[in-house]
Design a protein around this ligand. Sequence first.
Ligand code: FES
Length: 260
Amino acid sequence: MELNKLAILSNIQVSARYWHMIVAAPGLVNRIEPGQFFNILCETTFPFLRRPFSIYRINKAEETIEFLYLVQGAGTKKMTEFKAGERLDVFGPLGVSFTLEEDWETVLLLARGVGIATLTALAQEAVYNNKKCIAILSARSHNDLLATEALQSMGVEVHKVTEEDGTSDVKSVEKLIEQIISKQRVDAGFTCGSKRLSKLLQNVASKHSIPSQIALEENMACGMGACFACVCDIQNENETLSVRVCTEGPVFDLEKVVMA
Ligand code: FES
């Protein structure tokens, strides 16, 4: 991990609540793995706020990385003011990445809201490694299903569920996962963005013995293991351990995470 000032190539609003930023990352792009994150300096004047952002897309050929971010507080609001040509102050890459085993042929992604951004980088890697990738994307409305086209253009089979359509409740999503699993073997599951859906995947994965991983989203401060603001509980055999999401995670085996 290191401190970098990356050139902003674009920073545009892509829906009512989400913005998309592309930055040049030469020399860095080959060292970033899906699931990792950067601590970005959002507020360049006092109180110098840094916030964690997962990586949305990694473009090795163009040596760029992308962030898809939800504008929901002072930091992300400030980020919308950054212009192409300015420099983005980033610390990272940080944290533990997802693992894709070589012998997995088909993977299932279950993402909600901004968690879709985190799993898009993983989908990119899975497709690059010739794995079949199926994604269930959940959001409040169609307007928030941002990465759909990006995922489809990679060849990902996308299933959309929304509150708007009345299709995103746990029962309906469970039915959809069971349908997918009944039609083909799924070797691994991945989730991000919703405790409710993560719990669901934990149950379904356990029932079908599908190894699964989760990228946890916790409030963070230092982002590098010093402040313990991001602690969560992990079940390790017979004991429950408190671990830091920023350093021991954010990716964990889903079966080990103690869901509150
Ligand atoms: Fe400080 Fe994780 S954010 S320890």
